[in-house]
Design a protein around this ligand. Structure first.
Ligand code: G3P
Ligand code: CA
Length: 235
């Protein structure tokens, strides 16, 4: 059955890449959570989509120029008189715990390569053996470095390329999957590598990828996708 991953947590209903979005994703019954990471000036792995804090917080500037105590002062949103802050990756590991939800960590190394990010993230994951992890990136070099560090890691290339163009990298580092954009429109059944498509939000598109038996979809609305899957496959 097609896997359902919550994109940046349940980002269609909660502020993206925050603890409320992760909690909602876990409650939705999704198989996994996709999130994005960067490295702070003080060395911690932090969960945010953009390199800059400007779009999603009340701050300004690059994450790489923030310490953890500085980034923790930023506000993403207000919820019932409480402030929603930017989470560290470790906080998300703790939240997922033994829930059984798979954690898809996207290393956002497209603009800054964050020297050592691959070792940091695999070291952190080792502290949480109860959490199943899969790594993804647009950056092929990042995935190659992850493979050098961990020969068992599940790796997915996020790509706009034709899936066949990914085969040389697959041969080199044994990808678990590719993550193409929904507009790639390639029949997932005939591709050589399993594909999880993003960002699949509309009911008709969710149905399409379920019927096509795609490996997975990555969606902003995991609750919606889980409901459709239950309706389509009641047992
Ligand atoms: O992992 C797929 C998707 O998250 C990649 O795009 O920009 O949402 O990180 P983006
Ligand atoms: Ca992402």
């Amino acid at each position: 059955m097609t896997e359902i991953y919550a994109h940046r947590g349940s980002s269609g209903t909660e502020p993206e890449n925050t603890i409320p979005a992760m909690k909602k994703a876990i409650l939705s019954g999704a198989d996994g959570i996709e999130l994005d990471i960067h490295v702070l000036k003080s060395g911690e792995l932090i969960v945010m989509h953009d390199e800059r804090v400007d779009r999603t917080t009340n701050g300004t500037g690059f994450l790489k120029d923030y310490t953890l105590s500085e980034v923790k002062k930023l506000v993403v949103a207000k919820r019932f008189f409480r402030k929603v802050r930017v989470p560290t990756l470790e906080e998300v590991f703790n939240l997922i715990g033994t829930s059984g939800v798979i954690l898809n960590i996207e290393l956002k190394t497209d603009i800054f390569t964050y020297d050592g990010i691959e070792k940091k993230v695999t070291d952190l994951a080792k502290k949480y053996p109860e959490v199943q992890v899969m790594y993804s990136s647009f950056n092929e070099d990042t995935l190659i470095r992850l493979r050098e560090i961990d020969n068992k890691a599940k790796l997915a290339l996020i790509t706009h390329k034709n899936l066949d163009a990914v085969l040389p990298l697959h041969t080199k580092i044994n990808l678990e999957a590719v993550h193409p954009p929904i507009k790639a429109e390639k029949d997932p059944v005939v591709s050589n590598i399993p594909a999880r498509y993003w960002t699949v939000n509309k009911e008709e598109d969710i149905e399409h990828f379920f019927s096509a038996k795609a490996k997975g979809i990555i969606t902003d609305f995991p609750e919606r996708a889980v409901a459709i899957r239950k309706r389509k496959y009641p047992h």
